[in-house]
Design a protein around this ligand. Sequence first.
Ligand SMILES: C=C(O[C@@H]1C=C(C(=O)O)C=C[C@H]1O)C(=O)O
Length: 304
Amino acid sequence: MTFAAHIHRGAVPIGDLRVGAGPAVLIGGAAHTAPDARWISLREHHGRRDAGDAVREARAAFAGPLLVEPFSAGDLPAVQAAADGLVIGGEWMQDFGLVRAVARLGLPVVVRRGPGATLEEWLAIVDYCVAEGNDEVVLCEGGSRTHTLDLTLMREARERSGRPVLAWLGDDAGLAGAAVAAGADGLMLAPECGRDAVAAAREAVTLVGAILREESPETVVAARRAIDRVDAALATLLERRAALAGTIQRLKPVGGFAGRDMDRERRLVAAMAERAPTLGEPGLAPIMNAVIEAGLRLAEERDR
Ligand SMILES: C=C(O[C@@H]1C=C(C(=O)O)C=C[C@H]1O)C(=O)O
């Protein structure tokens, strides 16, 4: 198995967030949805809205890291004054003058792949940033008007550049789990995307990340957060397991404790030990005994 997480990447700090180390991050969504970072686009107003006002308003609404997509070089002083990073790319990825000016601010830059842009064209933008002395670059796949998301290209971009990669989801979190499984270091959502989409993306980061994303936390706080994600996945699986075990009790000729099958239990512990060699059968057997007995008790109580 080659999961993205095995490839070494340099993490990029955006405010107090580190993209590329630890769990996949959530960027985007309205302030009340509590994403890890927010972003706003000044392009949506076609330069008609004052950049200072827009950035200050976003800053006041959200205490966490804030990214801003500028409309023109004229926006950059306002962005530098209040934002933690910039978003460039999409349809205007080839505006090299603006790309250079953005990179020169020295803030981290998220480079979104424009529609139809090749991997080479996309990575060339990273080179422009580096040439301006800015190495804090994150790549974001997708975000075009056609909403295409190329996870193969996202993986290639990460391997070729060694930089963290994001997957653009817009306001539909349906591919969040797929993106995290494919190795995304973060998910980018539409700026005003609502609570349900952010919650669904968070769930994917938690559950899929717990199983497929390797982490090496270096502090107690980070390690506890990682454990909390693993426990969330465990709880989800334990609930599913209890339901399935309950189904079996109803289907077997003799269910519950009376129909207990110790041979089957030993075999499932042996199979699990292959995936959990550190715990091994001695470590797993008492755990699974408790899990199985809890399931049997539940089934007997329910069927009584
Ligand atoms: C679910 C079953 O019934 C019991 C519960 C088991 C379990 O929770 O995995 C395993 C064997 C039986 O003791 C089964 O027979 O498969």
